[in-house]
Design a protein around this ligand. Structure first.
Ligand code: GUN
Ligand code: ZN
Length: 433
């Protein structure tokens, strides 16, 4: 079996950091190596030339080698409408989003957008993501086909929506069920693809569609569930008008059996006490989408309250409500959102969230998100001196934590020196660079 050895400074988390000095939460090798065989990490540790044998050695010193970033919520079909000017969520959805997503009925459109979308993920160091496709099954085919071509672990699904959207985007409770069922059979577990059952949100699904979603979830417990929860005040009150018998917004999904350890709830900003308890009890995941929440003026995620209640938390870009493909920028904005809440997100916690934290949110620890023997060799190589401003600041950096904070605050795609997907170089081999 041929082996590749990456040499560099290696950082991988083993637990959630409990503070800025929690050195037990990670493993760090100042002159480390990652031995890769068959697309997986074979071993990790201090560099040892004796182990190299006939393996190819790729020297990334002085850069940092981390697990590839994981993005827990985004819409690949919104790639061509990022930066659309709107006052709030529902205006943005009706004016731009539902117009843009209609283009995915056209032959060839989904494939072209998917290819560009994956290039952008890789350019930004993201090796796995959880995405919404449009309501057209062909958008899902394009999404998973492109992932398979690139050997990436990707989660996604066809958005289901049977009301409060243009006719061209609407499915029905029955067709949404049938299409989802066929797509699960086609894509879940094929290559590294994993399916997410995706009722868009309560506003765009009738009770009949949420009932069909309940059946899908019961029939396919191996799949994820993704939807949106409590992003914006107008959205919440419209949802409660549509589901007057549910106690609150999270209660709608609870009533249809949609909460659980494989459920990802985008935004989860304005939750009441009961909702917080229900998310914790069902082990559902609240997904923090900071650039989107600021861009759409949706509100400030309350990480501390959710964490104290025992809610599992992930972090995501939410392209195209989100404004940046990069998890570095997402961590930066996340830090600022929490500053406005009077809460702190340590740099260790940030990078934990983008790697091991998000893999745990997907229950994929040991598969992605760590540099440990047996994990996929999905890796990102970070250069904290990628720009003149970063180089200048690096002259005064004296610790790993400071360097991480610099990376998230000033870093962008220029800081992504290389990306490996299943052990293969993915960034430097992108076309058009
Ligand atoms: N809620 C329902 N659909 C969407 C979407 O596409 N983006 C965001 N940010 N929120 C939503
Ligand atoms: Zn979303």
């Amino acid at each position: 079996m041929s082996r590749t050895i990456l040499r560099g400074r290696v950082l991988s988390f083993v637990s959630e950091p409990q503070g800025i000095d929690d050195t037990a939460s990670y493993r760090y090798f100042a002159d480390g190596m990652v031995v890769i065989a068959d697309g997986k990490v074979q071993s990790v540790g201090d560099f040892d030339a004796g182990v190299a044998g006939d393996a190819e050695i790729i020297d990334h010193r002085p850069h940092l080698i981390l697990p590839g970033f994981i993005d827990l919520h985004l819409h690949y079909v919104q790639s061509q409408m990022i930066a659309s000017y709107a006052g709030s969520l529902l205006e943005w959805l009706n004016t731009y989003t539902f117009v843009e997503e209609q283009k995915f009925s056209q032959q060839g459109h989904a494939g072209a957008v998917a290819a560009a979308f994956y290039d952008e993920l890789i350019r930004n160091g993201t090796t796995s993501a959880v995405a919404y496709c449009s309501s057209h099954p062909r958008s899902v085919d394009a999404y998973f086909a492109e992932a398979e071509k690139r050997n990436m672990l990707m989660v996604g699904g066809k958005v289901m929506m049977d009301r409060n959207a243009p006719e061209a985007l609407r499915d029905s409770a029955q067709s949404g069920y049938d299409d989802t069922k066929a797509l699960i059979e086609r894509w879940h577990g094929r290559g590294r693809g994993l399916y997410a059952i995706s009722p868009r949100f309560a506003i765009t699904s009738t009770p009949a569609q949420l009932e069909a979603s309940r059946v899908l979830v019961a029939e396919h417990p191996e799949c994820y569930v993704q939807t949106h929860l409590s992003e914006n005040a107008a959205e919440i009150s419209f949802s409660m008008e549509l589901y007057p018998d549910s106690p609150d917004y999270a209660g709608i999904y609870e009533d249809y059996g949609l909460l659980g350890p494989k459920t990802l709830l985008g935004h989860s900003i304005h939750l009441n006490h009961r909702e917080t308890q229900v998310l914790a009890e069902t082990q559902s995941v609240a997904v923090f989408c900071p650039t989107s929440n600021l861009f759409l003026g949706s509100g400030l995620f309350d990480r501390e309250r959710l964490a104290k209640a025992g809610v599992r938390i992930g972090i995501a870009t939410d392209i195209g409500g989100g404004t940046n493909y990069g998890m570095l920028a997402t961590l930066d904005e996340g830090y600022k959102v929490l500053q406005l809440r009077g809460q702190r997100l340590t740099p260790l916690n940030s990078f934990y969230m983008a790697t091991l934290g998000n893999s745990r949110a997907l229950s994929l620890e040991g598969i992605i998100g760590s540099i440990e023997p047996g994990c996929a060799a999905d890796l990102v190589v970070l250069d904290a001196s990628a720009t003149p401003a970063m180089r200048l600041r690096m002259e005064t950096v004296t610790s790993l934590v400071e360097e991480l904070f610099l990376l998230q605050t000033l870093g962008d795609d220029r800081s992504i020196a290389e990306v490996y997907v299943a052990g293969a170089r993915a960034k430097s081999t992108l076309g058009g660079l």
